[in-house]
Design a binder for this molecule. Structure first.
Ligand SMILES: [Zn+2]
Length: 141
C-alpha cells in the first residue's frame, strides 16, 4: 500500500475531526459517534458528523456535502475519528470509499493500519478496481 508521511498538519486534521464530534455531543435522541475533517486543496477545512436516523449518513458524506455546497470540489485529505476506533480513528466504510473515489479519486485518507499505527494513503489504495466517473459523467470500472 502506498503511504505518505503523516505530518503535524495531518495531526491537526485529526484534532479538527474530534472538535466536530465534540460540538455534536449534546443530550438528545441522536448519537454522533464519528467526526470528520475534510481538507480542500485550497486549505479550507470542512467538518462533518454522522447523522443517525432510519437511513442515516456517514460523517464523510456530511463533510463532502458541506464542501460541495460551499462550491468546493477539490479535496486533499480526509480523516474520520471515533473514540473507540484504532488509534482513535475511523476507517471510511465501503460506501464512503466509493463516494470519495467518484468525487476525488486522488484524495488522501488518514486512518490506522492493522498495527494501530496512523497512516496516510489514497482512497484508490483502499478501493482497488473501483468504479470511477468518466468525463461523460457515466460510471465504469
Ligand atoms: Zn461511510
Amino acid at each position: 500500500m502506498r503511504r505518505f508521511e503523516v505530518t503535524e498538519e495531518d495531526k491537526n486534521l485529526i484534532a479538527e475531526a474530534y472538535s466536530a464530534l465534540e460540538k455534536a455531543r449534546v443530550p438528545g435522541n441522536f448519537f454522533h459517534t464519528v467526526g470528520c475533517c475534510l481538507k480542500a486543496k485550497d486549505g479550507t477545512l470542512y467538518h462533518g458528523v454522522n447523522c443517525d436516523c432510519i437511513h442515516g449518513s456517514c460523517a464523510e458524506f456530511i463533510a463532502v456535502g458541506a464542501a460541495v455546497s460551499d462550491g468546493c470540489h477539490e479535496f486533499d485529505t480526509i480523516v474520520s475519528v471515533h473514540p473507540d476506533g484504532p488509534a482513535g480513528l475511523f476507517s471510511p466504510c465501503g460506501n464512503c470509499r466509493q463516494m470519495l473515489m467518484e468525487y476525488s479519486p486522488d484524495i488522501k485518507v488518514i486512518l490506522a493500519d492493522e498495527n494501530n499505527e496512523i497512516i496516510k494513503t489514497t482512497v484508490s489504495e483502499l478501493l482497488p478496481l473501483a468504479w470511477t466517473r468518466l468525463p461523460t459523467g457515466d460510471l465504469m470500472h
